[in-house]
Design a binder for this molecule. Structure first.
Ligand SMILES: NC(=O)C1=CN([C@@H]2O[C@H](COP(=O)(O)OP(=O)(O)OC[C@H]3O[C@@H](n4cnc5c(N)ncnc54)[C@H](OP(=O)(O)O)[C@@H]3O)[C@@H](O)[C@H]2O)C=CC1
Ligand SMILES: C=C(/C=C/[C@@H](C)[C@H]1CC[C@H]2C3=CC=C4C[C@@H](O)CC[C@]4(C)[C@H]3CC[C@]12C)C(C)C
Length: 520
């Protein structure tokens, strides 16, 4: 078994203390400072066109230079496990495009700038009695990042991914042309190519998305299961039913332990019938711990409660899904919540920038940070495989309707097949798995984690599924391009002059360290 280096030993022994005493409290101060600055410098929605014109003229001026263009969003800010190296590219000043430009109440759409965060848009709309048709559960993700990469929610089985609720993109092409891109319009081909393109076709400067009336609460029904087979059967039944729950999530806590969470929009009148629980309050147990406690209910029992809508929508924020449990293992203790609860979630830029390269390397070698979707019929097989290889729990399971419009993501058997113009869709499940495999937890640092993750990525690709790109991607460029259909994207790169002006997708999403060096 390889010996740990001195720095690894030091990190292991002091990491939690370091986080508790420095990174979390200082991070909170930084977050407050950021919020204050961002409030004081908030862009005026009325000046949207001015900001766009600045981007247009910068692109015209800089696109023919040798360096490829990228946004000026700092690499440590983005909600990904990597820190992008932007030093070789030409930044375009665009991150001040972060306002909610307007709401069209008749058309039920909102027009937002790309760097508006999901947290800001959710709270802005909430004040006006609206919500996005679908919204992911971590505040810091930007709308642009979500529609250009992936935004999956527990309502995605009904609405599709976040780019599926987009009515129009406004994009500045490599030639510095400002286009309004819609499903049926002149640039319909570009509309289909934008999702998953990661800003490699142009700079997004505005997005028009569908909204719905907001309800004050969501009624959650927690249902525990004590057998893998019964859980998978029931989750699939709900997913494929004619009238599925509006929100559908599951968390799996062991080979035979799972909780399904059904969510239904609820009005004030239901408040008398069910307890109200603000699950996202700073001193409350993390949402996944609250869900785990439902395993005590017993076979065939369930529990219902009302959760205020915005608290429900941001329920994975404080615990960064399940990952706080690993980053600060004591984080869910009562004492931690009372004294340090206010420091969560950690400040992402500080968390990412403060990790030494050794730690990042260790995390790639020994931890699994994966999130992937696959056709729903493979749920049980996939969970059995993950149990046999990793035994990492809890797992987060989301449902999703995947639309094939001839873009990057195609239904099984359709990759690289010429799209015939018919929109098709299928139901998928998505699993988020974060942590160290059991073998590593037990001290076997030789466990071939990277090989095992690469096997999963291959399996997903073979099943017609896809990976989220915010995680550690261990596929090679060829494997990545076999998973995501690049045909339409290549045509659009040619048609809109993006070749050589913007980077290739793989070059933007590959980890900063070559994963193949960790293959055993
Ligand atoms: N449930 C889910 O679906 C979850 C999704 N995520 C991920 O979170 C990320 C969103 O977070 P965020 O940090 O905001 O995104 P990022 O800053 O990581 O942006 C994602 C990609 O989009 C590009 N991009 C962003 N805005 C623009 C723009 N206006 N014009 C052109 N290109 C742009 C970025 O390019 P560049 O690098 O040049 O800035 C980058 O390649 C996504 O990657 C998403 O997949 C994370 C957690 C959960
Ligand atoms: C899928 C969702 C949420 C996913 C989160 C769990 C991950 C999104 C970004 C991830 C992280 C980014 C950077 C990190 C720095 C590292 O030093 C430690 C890990 C991490 C904090 C990592 C942890 C997981 C994420 C937060 C949906 C369902 C909302």
């Amino acid at each position: 078994m390889p010996q740990k280096s001195a720095i690894e030993n030091w990190i292991d022994n002091h990491r939690e203390l370091l986080l508790l005493t420095i990174i979390l409290p200082w991070g909170k101060l930084f977050s407050w400072k950021d919020r204050l600055i961002s409030f004081l410098t908030r862009p005026d929605p009325k000046d949207h066109e001015k900001r766009v014109h600045r981007v247009v003229s910068d692109v015209r001026r800089l696109s023919r230079q040798a360096k490829e263009l990228r946004t000026d969003r700092r690499g440590n800010r983005s909600l990904t496990t990597r820190i992008s190296d932007k030093s070789q590219s030409q930044p375009i000043g665009i991150r001040d495009l972060r306002s909610v430009v307007s709401i069209d109440e008749a058309g039920m759409t909102v027009r937002v700038e790309p760097f508006a965060t999901i947290g800001d848009v959710v709270s802005h709309l909430d004040k006006k009695g609206y919500q996005l048709e679908t919204a992911i559960e971590m505040k810091g993700a930007t709308i642009g990042g979500l529609v250009l990469a992936i935004g999956m929610t527990t309502k995605s089985h009904i609405t599709g991914l976040m780019h599926d609720i987009v009515e129009a993109y406004e994009i500045v092409t490599a030639e510095g042309e400002l286009l309004r891109v819609t499903k049926e319009g002149e640039h319909a081909d570009l509309f289909r190519a934008i999702p998953w393109s990661h800003g490699t076709l142009g700079f997004l400067v505005a997005i028009e998305m569908r909204i719905i009336p907001a309800t004050p609460y969501v009624r959650l029904v927690y249902r525990p299961f004590y057998s893998l087979e019964t859980y998978c059967e029931e989750h699939s039944r709900l997913l494929h039913s004619d009238n599925p729950p509006t929100y559908l999530e599951a968390q799996v806590f062991g080979r035979n332990k799972a909780v399904i969470i059904e969510g239904y929009p609820a009005g004030k009148e239901e408040a008398g019938d069910f307890p109200v629980n603000d699950v996202n309050s700073w001193h409350k147990p993390f949402f996944f711990k609250h869900v785990e406690s439902m395993l005590e209910l017993g076979e065939g029992r369930d529990f219902s409660e009302l959760v205020p809508l915005t608290s429900f929508l941001m329920r994975h924020e404080r615990s960064m899904c399940m990952t706080m449990g690993q980053i600060v293992p004591s984080a869910n203790n009562v004492w931690f919540r009372r004294f340090f609860g206010w420091t969560l979630p950690p400040n992402m830029p500080l968390l990412k920038s403060s990790r030494p390269t050794e730690e990042r390397e260790r995390s790639m070698k020994r931890q699994v940070y994966q999130d992937f979707a696959f056709p729903s019929e493979h749920l049980q097989g996939m969970l059995e495989h993950l149990h046999d290889e990793f035994e990492i729990y809890p797992l987060l399971i989301y449902p999703c309707r995947v639309f094939d419009r001839g873009g990057m993501v195609r239904l099984p058997g359709q990759r690289a097949v010429e799209w015939d113009g018919t929109e098709r869709s299928a139901l998928y499940f998505n699993i988020g798995i974060y942590g160290e495999p059991k073998a590593v937890r037990e001290g076997n640092f030789d466990y071939p984690t990277v090989n095992k993750v690469r096997e999963i990525e291959q399996k997903i690709s073979d099943l017609g599924g896809f990976l989220h790109t915010y995680v550690d991607i261990f596929s090679t460029k060829e494997e990545f391009e076999a998973m995501f259909d690049h045909s339409l994207w290549r045509k659009m790169r040619q048609k809109y002059g993006a070749e050589g002006v913007f980077p290739e997708i793989y070059d933007k999403v590959k980890p900063e360290l070559d994963p193949l060096q960790f293959v055993r």
